[in-house]
Write a protein that binds this ligand. Structure first.
Ligand code: AMP
Ligand code: ZN
Length: 206
């Protein structure tokens, strides 16, 4: 379980996803770690007047970035109808970064329905999932099940409903679902088997 928590909290659903397990509290709570990375020159990839692009500190694929708004928006629940343009901008910057980084690999752009880190962040992640940081079933399911909500669907929901709220229990269930390859959907016994299996697939853009 992550540092700073003795009870099971909703933020722990990804437990080690953040690489914060067992870490000593240095400054502030571990869930605030993205604030520090947003101003760390070693983590920043680029920025403009509205957003900062950082490297994910524990990348779950060959390329994994986070796009954060400079405006203080703690999470999806804090979004207001007038944030639609900002979300579109975040997605556009995410796609630009992916294109600049690797023109061949497929990427997805999305949000965790129940994030563990504070500060709204879009995941920009290549679909090879080739990374030593990708270790657990929860990691896998958080990026390959409906727990990972595509940016375009978040934007559609905000446009339609004026808010974005995902059910905690329903989404937690995605994290414990059986392992399956994200490409051919073949069931996988465990993470080592899955990681070996996914090597055979081609993650290039068609
Ligand atoms: P989530 O909150 O579930 O959307 O995921 C948070 C993401 O932040 C994970 O992919 C972590 O690997 C990543 N992460 C955790 N701590 C940091 C940090 N200090 N700087 C950058 N990325 C981080
Ligand atoms: Zn497969």
């Amino acid at each position: 379980m992550a540092e700073g928590s003795s009870k099971k909290r909703h933020a722990d659903v990804l437990d080690s996803a953040n690489g914060t397990q067992g870490k000593k509290k240095i400054s502030g709570h571990w869930s605030q770690g993205l604030y520090a990375s947003m101003s760390d020159p070693d983590m920043i990839v680029e920025s403009d007047d509205k957003v900062v692009v950082i490297k994910d500190k524990y990348p779950k694929a060959k390329h994994h970035f986070l796009i954060l708004p400079k405006e203080n928006i703690p999470n999806l629940k804090s979004l207001k109808p007038d944030h639609v343009d900002l979300l579109k901008h975040i997605e556009k910057i995410g796609k630009d970064v992916a294109e600049k980084t690797d023109k061949k690999l497929k990427f997805r752009y999305g949000y965790h329905a129940v994030p563990s880190m504070s500060m709204l962040h879009l995941h920009v992640i290549s679909q090879d999932f080739n990374s030593p940081c990708l270790k657990t079933k929860k990691h896998w399911n958080s990026f390959t099940s409906d727990y990972f909500v595509d940016s375009k669907d978040v934007i559609k929901t905000l446009e339609k409903d004026g808010k974005v709220v995902y059910d905690l229990k329903e989404n937690q269930a995605f994290l414990s679902q059986d392992l399956r390859c994200h490409v051919c959907k073949k069931p996988q016994k465990n993470m080592p088997t899955l990681k070996e299996h996914i090597k055979q697939h081609d993650y290039s853009i068609d």
